[in-house]
Design a protein around this ligand. Structure first.
Ligand code: SF4
Length: 345
């Protein structure tokens, strides 16, 4: 394929990425715009925004522009006697030469990524696997060839999309360099999935998760404690555990439910009509979910929504991206939850 010419410094980035891909950690490369589903009632991330597939040649153009910027930074660094390393000084000089980039939404992200060695990439937006397999592979190959420092590439995907993708395609995408999939499970409870309009079933979650694991991806499943309120808490916990036990993903990440502005839950909360759970009830639900979890996953609370504290004001649970290794640390984690439940009683 002929390389597109670089006419200017434009490249596109989206907003959202998992915290574990944040800060200076990952290059954000936008494969699609927004969410192809966009009906989940708890989610306001892409509301009112239209989904769009991006053409592979446009994404490749973005990669080339970013690489062109990298080459210029490297050259300046050599001239400064900094052996090609991208430093704050180099970046400052580059911005002086190209002031049009001062307000570019992605330039700091690119600089930070290069400054820490350009190792990981997150493909945006909400469901990259919805792209044609050949297009994803084309982009992955170009990305890895252009930036050989890359060690890990990750992306969001929906269980339903993974179920629809042939297993052979998933394997090809994995081999082309996509390492990790972040999947929004939310719950394994059928009634709750319907209520939140997730557009997927517990069976889809199991099948999608298992297919992703079989294809060789690292799988991160995100679950939402408190999503069903008090009324659905028991079934939410029970059925989420049942689904996760069948997938046994590498990571299980807790994202406690919070009503977001722009959602029906937020409207209900402002009218005081939301079936809210107390901190103690949330911890009891998490304990119920984890008690019968028979997995070899890492259980992570890597988000500010996991806010519970100890009596002396410290965080109850570690917010490390690597979390607690099951089964080895299961009893330790259950013990911490018991202490938290006692504290909030
Ligand atoms: S699939 Fe994900 S991004 Fe799309 S609406 Fe649902 S939670 Fe939001």
């Amino acid at each position: 394929m002929q390389q597109p010419s670089i006419k200017n410094y434009e490249f596109e980035t989206g907003i959202y990425r998992p915290p574990s891909e944040g800060g200076s950690a990952s290059l954000l490369l936008r494969l699609t715009r927004n969410c192809p589903w966009n009906h989940c009632t708890f989610c306001a991330m892409y509301k009112l925004k239209k989904f769009k597939l991006r053409k592979p040649e446009d994404i490749i153009q973005d990669i080339n522009v970013m690489h062109d910027i990298y080459l210029q930074l490297k050259e300046m660094s050599m001239q400064q006697g900094q052996e090609g390393l991208v430093t704050t000084e180099t970046f400052g000089q580059f911005l002086k030469k190209t002031p049009e980039l001062y307000f570019h939404p992605g330039i700091s992200m690119l600089f930070n990524w290069l400054a820490v060695g350009g190792k990981t990439v997150f493909l945006q937006d909400a469901d990259s696997l919805i792209m044609k397999t050949d297009h994803i592979i084309q982009v992955l190959k170009h990305l890895k060839t252009t930036f050989p420092t890359i060690q890990r590439i990750t992306s969001y995907s929906r269980s339903r999309t993974i179920v629809r993708k042939p297993a052979i395609d998933l394997e090809k995408i994995r081999k082309a360099g996509l390492d990790r999939l972040h999947i929004g499970l939310e719950t394994g409870d059928s009634a709750l999935l319907k209520k939140i309009k997730k557009g997927t079933t517990p069976e889809d979650h199991v099948k999608g998760g298992q297919k992703a694991m079989k294809a060789g991806f690292q799988v991160s499943e995100y679950w939402m404690p408190g999503l069903g309120g008090k009324a659905m808490s028991y079934d939410h916990a029970k059925n989420t555990t049942h689904v996760l036990n069948q997938i046994n993903p590498h990571y299980i990440r807790s994202r406690p439910f919070t009503p977001r502005p722009g959602t029906i839950f937020f409207e209900k909360a402002s009218r005081n009509e939301l079936d809210r759970m107390t901190p103690k009830e949330q911890l009891l639900e998490i304990k119920q979910t984890l008690e019968t979890l028979n997995v070899t996953s890492r259980i992570c609370f890597d988000h500010a929504g996991n806010f519970w504290t100890t009596p002396n004001g410290r965080l109850l649970l570690s917010q490390s991206y690597e979390g607690y290794q099951f089964p080895e640390e299961k009893q330790n984690l259950l013990g911490l939850l018991e202490k938290g439940i006692e504290h909030y009683s």
